[in-house]
Design a protein around this ligand. Structure first.
Ligand SMILES: [Zn+2]
Length: 121
């Protein structure tokens, strides 16, 4: 991959990483506030459906999702350092430029990503 293109991806990935770190931090902070705020534990709704839309489970899921994303972004930055960025980690073929433009932290080409998802599910 051309160096200027690589640098552009690196800049983008660093921005995404920073945004994710901020979001994880503020989500964890509000989670702590939810858990620690006085009086809420004694009168918690007994039925899960009574929870508001930003319930604890949902927030935890968001944090888990963003931490997962953060790992993928870190891995992509490591691949830039290692010189293997833009190549599929499974088949070593170049990842489609459009795919990389949309998902700069993509580790796999479309074919391998599909196969990977099937394997996971
Ligand atoms: Zn592949």
């Amino acid at each position: 991959m051309e160096k200027h293109l690589l640098q552009r991806y690196q800049t983008k990935l660093i921005e995404v990483r920073q945004r994710l770190i901020d979001e994880v931090n503020s989500a964890e902070e509000s989670l702590r506030e939810d858990i620690n705020s006085p009086g809420t534990t004694s009168n918690l709704p007994t039925h899960p459906a009574d929870h508001d839309s930003t319930g604890l489970d949902e927030q935890l899921a968001i944090v888990a999702n963003e931490e997962q994303l953060l790992e993928e972004v870190e891995a992509a930055l490591a691949r830039i350092e290692a010189g293997s960025f833009g190549k599929c980690v499974d088949c070593n073929k170049p990842i489609d430029a459009q795919r990389l433009a949309a998902i700069p932290y993509a580790a796999r080409c479309i074919d391998c990503a599909k196969r990977h998802e099937v394997e996971l599910s």
